[in-house]
Design a protein around this ligand. Sequence first.
Ligand code: SIN
Length: 310
Amino acid sequence: MTLKTNIGNDSFDSCMMNASGVWCSTVDELEALVKSKAATFVTKTATLAPREGNPLPRVHHFGPNSINSSGLPNEGIDYYLAALANFEATHPNRAFFLSVTELAEDQIETIMQRVHQSDYHGLVELNLSCPNVIGKPQVGYDFETTARILDRTFSYFDQPLGVKLPPYFDVSHFDQMAEILNRYPLTYVNSINSIGNGLVIEQDAVTIAPKQGYGGLGGAMIKQTALANVRAFYTRLKSDIAIIGTGGVTSGRDVFEHLLCGASMVQVGTALLQEGPAIFARLEEELKAIMDEYGYTSIDDFKGKLKNTI
Ligand code: SIN
């Protein structure tokens, strides 16, 4: 039995990895992922300069769920490019993902140019969906701006590029965003980022400090929204745009459902934060047991094959 999968021209021995923002801010954390059963890693979303992020406390867990308003704390693009150069040198047969964004359109161009001119030629994820930067809307909810950024980026950017999207909740938004994404030679689409601007209350108070307690929701409670978005884009996008499914994964069954909806790779966020990188061994074992039960020997046997009848 194999869990091998591909994203664009890159092959991976497994179909599970971290979600950007979780266990990926420092070289030590990335190293722990490389040593785990994860297929690969994606870095914390890098900006041009290092950022401290929002005031603490900014992450709160409730059961298998979380709320965060981290605000893109990161070490800056140069740190992650240097880290990737080292990981690529020590693991020449493995592909990794670099996540990037910036807070304004012209700065997005600057960081994409910076990556383009660097020695890193691997997979890049443009984060269009962080809900936690104070005063900045999520780009992925602004269809015109998204198209303008992709037009500009693809005028020079020639390495494998994916976009991290926010969740959509209306069929017309699935349609409109898919129509835009289908114009570009994207390698993949990653659905979903956290469900932005939730509010979690304990006793009589909010649970995180920034933004009067508003933050992105993650964990088990967002799985159904994530699956709907994965399925919506899998059924609307060109077949050469792979889907990465993110959201609500706590078990092998959740991974199986993301794959069934059409994901080629599944990312783990809140549950990885709660359980640590050992989670990938557990998820792998649980997924393999389910595949065994159905008689599947590879993920291609069931990827995208969700039945529409009951
Ligand atoms: C954050 O740093 O605020 C979380 C990352 C994201 O939601 O994109």
